[in-house]
Design a protein around this ligand. Structure first.
Ligand code: ADP
Length: 221
């Protein structure tokens, strides 16, 4: 099963990917986590990406596309793509890479959410730099303030979540560059819309019902 998880910043792509990864034994590829790790290491890719990520702009397609080709050649199938594709041209690139591997997209989960909720969520989001668990100061706090429940590491606030203008910028970029993908995957019959204005258990129920109805799914316990 090859999944894409699509939605605006703060719609819960990372949170739902963690659940999907465990429940359906999928490999999780988050392009945002990948860039943040490279930035932390100050690798050549990280240095190039940093200026874009910190401002809430998209990293140029040629950088991310190459990373996706190399990664998918290794993992091949049974993956969740979280944060990729984000542009029409990235989607075309993905189709080519998958065709070369004889793979297809099984389904695109579209996390639909109201803009006011997104702004609230992003402003109070904190994450673990090590295990990538996402918390929210208001809705989903860690047991001990500022510390990850899983590994005891100090939680951080992402630079692109720290400033309201950057958040608004990311939402604008999403609307212009990524929202057109929703119509495109809808036209291909791949899109399943998840209402993420609801609580987490209802979101999981919606996702499970879509995935259980997928033909040939064997990991649907
Ligand atoms: P969010 O969806 O909350 O904005 P992500 O963690 O998915 O957060 O991405 C963080 C940042 O990483 C993006 O704002 C962008 O700068 C960069 N990025 C991630 N995926 C891509 C991509 N497919 N194309 C270009 N830039 C990307």
């Amino acid at each position: 099963m090859n999944l894409i998880i699509l939605g605006p910043p703060g719609s819960g792509k990372g949170t739902q990917s963690q659940f999907l990864k465990e429940q359906y034994k999928l490999k999780h590829l988050s392009t945002g986590d990948l860039f943040r790790d490279e930035i932390m290491k100050q690798s050549p890719i990280g240095k190039k990406a940093q200026a874009y990520v910190d401002k809430g702009q998209y990293v140029p397609d040629e950088i991310i596309n190459q990373i996706i080709s190399n990664t998918l050649k290794n993992i091949k199938h049974d993956f969740i793509l979280d944060g990729y594709p984000r542009t029409i041209s990235q989607a075309a690139w993905l189709d080519k890479v998958l065709a070369s591997l004889n793979e297809t997209i099984s389904v695109v989960l579209y996390l639909d959410i109201d803009e006011e909720i997104v702004i609230k969520r992003l402003s109070s989001r904190i994450t673990c730099p090590q295990c990538k668990t996402i918390y929210n100061l208001n809705f989903l706090p860690p047991k001990v303030t500022g510390i990850c429940d899983n590994d005891g590491v100090k939680l951080i606030k992402r630079i692109d979540d720290s400033d309201k203008n950057t958040i608004i910028n990311r939402l604008k970029t999403y609307k212009v560059a990524t929202a057109p993908l929703v119509a495109s995957y809808q036209a291909r019959g791949l899109l399943r819309t998840v209402d993420t204005n609801q609580d987490n258990s209802s979101i999981k129920k919606q996702i499970n019902s879509y995935l259980l109805s997928l033909k040939g799914n064997k990991n649907n316990d």
